[in-house]
Ligand binder design. Structure first.
Ligand SMILES: [Zn+2]
Ligand SMILES: [Zn+2]
Ligand SMILES: [Zn+2]
Length: 149
């Protein structure tokens, strides 16, 4: 995604365009692996733009508040970010290595699951996470097993 499109996204969300914001949003827009903040920093720095840890956290926060990024926080893992927002997609997470993949919502809009009893709540979101073991980890476990014998 080019810098102009990134700047337009920032402006449309009411955010001032700054070099760190453009750099982080670009990294997120180009990522499909839901990077952790430390990975975002590495990728921004790899493009030649200096970035402190604090700046990266601040920018990720600002992007999330402006609904340009989504933060995924799962038990036992660090926060991850993505720029794919607004489509109510879900995630597949590997228990072993933490790899986090997108999976489309079968319904497409939130909340996509109705509880048997909503207790009068006006529901607007359901978080769905599919936990399991990814193919790479499954293979490694199997190889490890063979090796042990
Ligand atoms: Zn895995
Ligand atoms: Zn995602
Ligand atoms: Zn769904």
């Amino acid at each position: 995604m080019d810098a102009v499109a990134i700047e337009e996204r920032l402006r449309a969300a009411g955010l001032r365009v700054t070099a760190p914001r453009v750099a982080v949003l670009r990294v997120l827009a180009e990522a499909d692996d839901h990077p952790r903040v430390d990975q975002v920093i590495d990728r921004v720095r790899a493009t030649g733009i200096p970035m402190s840890k604090q700046a990266a956290y601040d920018v990720c926060e600002a992007l999330q508040r402006a609904a340009l990024a989504r933060r995924i926080e799962l038990p036992g893992g660090p926060a991850r970010y993505e720029a794919r927002v607004g489509d109510n997609h879900h995630h597949l997470v590997c228990r072993s290595c933490g790899v986090t993949l997108d999976v489309d919502c079968a319904v497409g809009s939130a909340p996509c699951l109705d509880p048997p009893d909503a207790h009068g709540f006006q529901l607007d979101e359901v978080e769905v996470t599919y936990w399991g073991v990814c193919p790479d980890c499954t293979r490694q476990h199997e190889e490890g097993h063979v090796y042990e014998r």
